[in-house]
Ligand binder design. Structure first.
Ligand code: SF4
Length: 449
């Protein structure tokens, strides 16, 4: 049997089809890939860990930043070599790029057979089989108001942390962000289903979970807030650490501060995206808070939660941002003194309000100057703050060999600081005590005590 493009089609009923999946972008995508893995395994597919052995190659993509977007296009071009294979191989694009670029991807000359948006993963088995059986290019890109994949237990591969998506979508419409268009409206899972998922994870041996949402503190289900959810999850026997990302500064309620402060299983680390320190730019971004609101919230967090570790995201060079407005951001960074910051240059994302309304008019060399300087300033702050841990004994969760030196291992403190230590007999998932002996801007060094 031949497909429409002349390739031999698979006898899909006789052979166990195998998929290979690659993930780009944020932790929500990592979680979604675990959902996709689970859906396909349940439908009888096998997993290939080498793309050359797969019948379907799936790229779970991200549109949030230009770099991730370009990497996916580069990867699709490299997959073009598969056209030369005698048997058809399905190339699928999943996630945000599928949703935001839609048919543009299928109509492009690059090798893409199917696209599936973030709310369409249940249809993947039939889409892949349909493509292999010769039905041509296929797409499933409807967004849902209800899909939370509540009943699917993600198939996780490795690691000491388990991601749990507690909500999907976003209603905030920050003007630079594609997420509300790519992932649809906000919807939360039930407390019961999240607690049940955590229980299964604890039974499997996980002691740390990270609750995920694009805007995690707007979690709400049947009148229960995000703090209610965290308190419920923290009662699961066996669980030692609960993390969460990312909250929005505009709705960080007092009960959540109390929960982080008083619940011993909730880690004392908050990633609180600032984005900009100028009120005019914050308004253009539709962030719904001012620099003063942000500083006030940081004050409440520091007053309420002892030793809280604060990290952030910042975008520099937003359309029309002046040097003076950039200096407002620098001033705020120096005042707040974040433990670390992810600092990005603004890049226009097609389909966003910012792309429609404003020209990306801050010159590239000016953006480069701004990011280089702010990174240097933040590096100095991070180093100073990290040095305060020297001589302290801290508990870390062991993750595995360090990336730079396999004789050293790494683990994380409650506040999410990475600690490198010389390995003796520890294994991933152990909790050990280390005495901090040194610090760089990014990591701590320690000796086991
Ligand atoms: S809160 Fe803003 S930046 Fe975050 S996902 Fe929603 S729209 Fe995007």
């Amino acid at each position: 049997m031949e497909t429409k493009n002349g390739k031999a089609s698979k006898p899909v009923t006789e052979k166990r089809l195998r998929f290979y999946i690659e993930t780009y972008g944020c932790q929500m995508n990592e979680y979604d890939s675990e959902l996709v893995r689970s859906i396909l395994l349940e439908s009888g597919f096998g997993e290939a860990f080498d793309p050359d052995l797969a019948d379907a190659i799936l790229l779970n993509t991200c549109s949030v930043r230009e770099t991730a977007h370009n990497r996916v296009f580069g990867r699709l071009q490299s997959l073009d070599r598969l056209r030369a294979k005698s048997e058809k191989v399905v190339v699928g694009v999943l996630g945000c790029m599928a949703q935001s670029l839609k048919m543009e991807l299928l109509e492009n000359s690059i090798y893409v057979d199917l696209i599936a948006g973030p709310d369409s993963y249940r249809s993947l088995p039939s889409l892949i089989k349909g493509t292999l059986e010769g039905s041509g290019k296929m797409s499933a890109i409807d967004l849902s108001e209800f899909e939370t994949y509540d009943d699917i237990y993600p198939s996780r591969l490795e690691g000491v942390n388990a991601w749990i998506a507690v909500m999907r979508g976003c209603d905030n419409f920050c003007t630079f962000c594609i997420v509300p268009y790519a992932r649809g409206r906000e919807r939360s899972r039930s407390v019961e289903s999240i607690v049940e998922e955590t229980r299964k994870l604890a039974d499997e041996g996980y002691t740390q979970v990270t609750l995920l949402g694009q805007n995690v503190n707007s979690y709400s289900h049947d009148g229960r807030s995000f703090a209610d959810l965290m308190n419920a999850v923290s009662k699961v026997v066996g669980l030692k650490r609960i993390r969460f990302i990312s909250p929005h500064p505009k709705d960080f309620p007092d009960d959540l501060i109390d929960c982080v402060a008083s619940n011993t299983r909730v880690c004392k680390h908050i990633h609180l995206p600032l984005q900009a320190g100028s009120d005019r730019i914050l308004e253009m971004m539709n962030r719904d808070y001012t620099a003063e609101d942000y500083i006030r919230l940081v004050g409440k967090l520091r007053d309420g939660i002892a030793d809280i570790i604060l990290t952030t995201d910042i975008i520099l060079g937003f359309p029309t941002e002046t040097r003076k407005e950039y200096e407002d951001t620098v001033k705020l960074v120096e005042e707040v003194r974040f433990d670390s910051a992810f600092i990005f240059k603004y890049s226009e994302r097609k389909g966003t309000v910012a792309a429609r309304r404003w020209k990306d008019d801050v010159p590239p060399e000016e953006k480069k100057y701004r990011i280089t300087r702010l990174n240097e300033i933040q590096k100095g702050i991070s180093l100073e703050l990290n040095r305060r841990f020297i001589e302290r004994v801290m508990e870390i969760l062991v993750e595995g060999p360090s990336k730079r030196n396999p004789d050293e291992w790494s683990g994380r403190t409650d506040g999410n600081k990475m600690v490198i230590f010389p390995r003796s007999h520890q294994k991933s998932g152990d909790y050990i005590k280390v005495k901090i002996t040194g610090a760089t801007a990014n990591t701590l060094k320690g000796d086991i005590v």
